[in-house]
Ligand binder design. Structure first.
Ligand code: BTN
Length: 256
């Protein structure tokens, strides 16, 4: 990674062939005082984790499994914004590779033609009113072939190599993602403005303006997605015309 052209992200970089989960490893490092920008990358994860306790398929050689440590001087509520920032950064990089169909489903699933290519798992330790550490985990499917996904994922997952004509190097992708992430992150924490990454997020959103089903635990309800607020909440309108925001949960987009 000698091509890394960042100021802080990846200056301390730990590379593993196999690890349980890069997020787990970085969390331990954070507890032992690792500095902001520390990055853990693995070729393979044995216990790669997704959101909501799901497993993240992390076969050797297939994807990028990377976690980045951030320590913004912000309240814990900022964590959702950092998630949007990260999906915006990944999309900015992927748009150089993918001609059409790239989109972000709230809050942070990156899709190509409605199939998931990248997931982001943001975990945080905090004091009551201040973030201590944010572990930003990025899982990007790069070299997976259709048959690698198995029955469970074959209709819902895809990879970069299945959607690009461009030559792919995982090292180059890591360099580009860390650079894009750092630019947006420093802009956010130094200028205090989320405008830049929110513009990108909205531009790639496949959620805004759509009829959706909000899934919160056992609860499912219909709504129309109107916008995403700067703090990451989804603004929706229910069929009876009431507006409300959704802080967490999952959505599925209703096809017309
Ligand atoms: C999702 O469910 O969409 C989030 C998936 C996040 C996967 C990445 S891979 C690197 C990091 N380490 C993990 O165990 N999970 C994240």
């Amino acid at each position: 990674l000698s091509r890394l052209n960042t100021k802080i992200l990846g200056k301390n970089l730990y590379f593993y062939e196999t690890i349980d989960s890069t997020n787990n490893e970085l969390k331990k490092m954070a507890a032992e005082g690792a500095c902001e920008g520390t990055v853990v990358i693995a070729l393979c994860q044995t216990e790669g984790r997704g959101r909501r306790g799901r497993r993240w398929q992390s076969d050797a050689g297939s994807g990028i499994y990377m976690s980045v440590l951030l320590k913004p001087d912000l309240p814990p509520t900022a964590v959702q914004s950092i998630t949007l920032l990260a999906s915006s950064a990944v999309c900015k990089v992927l748009e150089k590779y993918v001609k059409s169909g790239l989109g972000i489903k709230w809050p942070n699933d990156i899709l190509i033609n409605n199939k998931k290519v990248c997931g982001i798992l943001t975990e945080m330790t905090s004091e009551p009113d201040k973030v201590q550490a944010i572990i930003l985990g990025i899982g990007l499917n790069v070299w997976n072939r259709e048959e690698d996904f198995g029955d469970e994922l074959k209709h819902t997952a895809t990879s970069l190599c299945l959607n690009t004509d461009r030559e792919i190097s995982r090292t180059q992708l890591v360099v580009e993602i860390l650079k894009e992430l750092e630019d947006l992150y420093l802009n956010f924490v130094e200028k205090g403005s989320s405008a830049k990454f929110m513009d990108i997020w909205r531009c790639f959103s496949v959620t805004i303006g759509r009829d959706i089903i909000v899934i919160q635990g056992e609860n499912r309800w219909q709504a129309k997605a109107l916008d995403v607020l700067d703090d990451g909440r989804l603004l929706v309108e229910t069929p009876d015309g009431k507006r409300q925001t959704v802080l967490s949960g999952e959505i599925s987009i209703r096809s017309c």
